[in-house]
Write a new protein. Structure first.
Length: 314
């Protein structure tokens, strides 16, 4: 069973790309970022216009949601690097190129809308936010995976992970305006996930063992694209403790649904290397289940202790 080169994969999968692009364009709904921003809540900041300096008390959004909003926005800010990476991998010709540019245009709305919301509502310190943007974009983003199959596997999981994070951030914010906006953005991310997921599904039919290896490599080393944000580990723990995005969600709402869609554990005709990759994947998922359960149990116990302390008489 021979392996396909990236050039061969791009050629063989192009008809699928064209079909998925047509489907995407039919179902994607046009929307405008400015319609999701509560502009009437805005007022001048200090500086050129002599307005009021930002203060932490200006927003009632919980701290966990603020942290997640900043992480999500800084992640979106690296779009130029993402565009470079996927354009380099998939090319700019024919259906592949049309998709790359369409995806970039749709993703571009997300950063614009989230930043406008944060600025208008004074949810976070705009000076600190801009400084964090400059640092993060200065670092850029480089794809950790080489090749078409690994890249497709990564974005299949990453787009769904981003959708989950946006949706849950909106819920935790306790602000209907924020939740409405992030739900709209999450809908985009879901369509992007479907595009990549279906494309990799076709790759499984074309080169099952080669694709299985790519999926296993990505699942066992997966990191969100915002992992390079300064202080990311601490921020990720805050987000996880709030139930916005944690190991349990990563396993149950991201990895397993996509893997089931590809029927990875029912595939037949795998080469010895493909079977080895599938075994590695199964073993990793088992270890992740243990870690996810341990994390949620500890979090639940901690919450119970805090609740008991809060209600106990002095």
């Amino acid at each position: 069973m021979r392996e396909f080169t990236d050039t061969e994969l791009l050629f063989e999968l192009e008809p699928v790309v064209a079909g998925e692009l047509d489907r995407h364009l039919k179902v994607a709904k046009e929307w405008f970022p400015h319609e999701y921003i509560p502009w009437s809540r805005g007022r001048d900041y200090d500086g050129i216009f002599g307005g009021e300096a930002w203060a932490d008390t200006h927003s009632a959004i919980p701290e966990e949601a603020r942290v997640s909003l900043v992480v999500n926005l800084l992640t979106e800010d690296n779009l130029p690097s993402y565009h470079h990476e996927i354009a380099t991998t998939f090319g700019r010709d024919a259906a592949w190129g049309t998709w790359v540019h369409r995806w970039t245009a749709e993703e571009g709305r997300h950063g614009v809308a989230i930043r406008d919301y944060l600025t208008v509502t004074r949810a976070v310190d705009p000076v600190a936010l801009e400084r964090a943007r400059m640092v993060h974009m200065g670092e850029g983003f480089a794809n950790s995976y080489e090749g078409v199959l690994h890249s497709l596997a990564y974005v299949s999981f990453q787009e769904l992970a981003t959708r989950v994070s946006h949706r849950n951030t909106g819920k935790v914010s306790l602000d209907p305006d924020c939740e409405r906006l992030l739900s709209r953005i999450a809908a985009d991310e879901n369509l992007h996930m479907l595009f990549y997921r279906n494309l990799l599904g076709a790759a499984f039919e074309l080169a099952p063992s080669q694709t299985m290896r790519a999926v296993t490599d990505v699942v066992t080393t997966f990191q969100m694209p915002g992992a390079g944000i300064e202080g990311f580990t601490r921020k990720a723990m805050t987000i996880a403790n709030a139930g916005i995005y944690d190991l349990r969600l990563h396993l149950d709402d991201v990895l397993l649904p996509v893997l089931r869609q590809w029927s990875v554990f029912d595939l037949t005709g795998l080469s010895p290397e493909g079977e080895k990759a599938r075994e590695e994947l199964s073993e990793f998922l088992g270890r992740l289940e243990v870690s996810a359960t341990r994390f949620t149990d500890r979090r639940d116990s901690r919450r119970a202790r805090l609740a008991a302390t809060a209600t106990s008489p002095e």
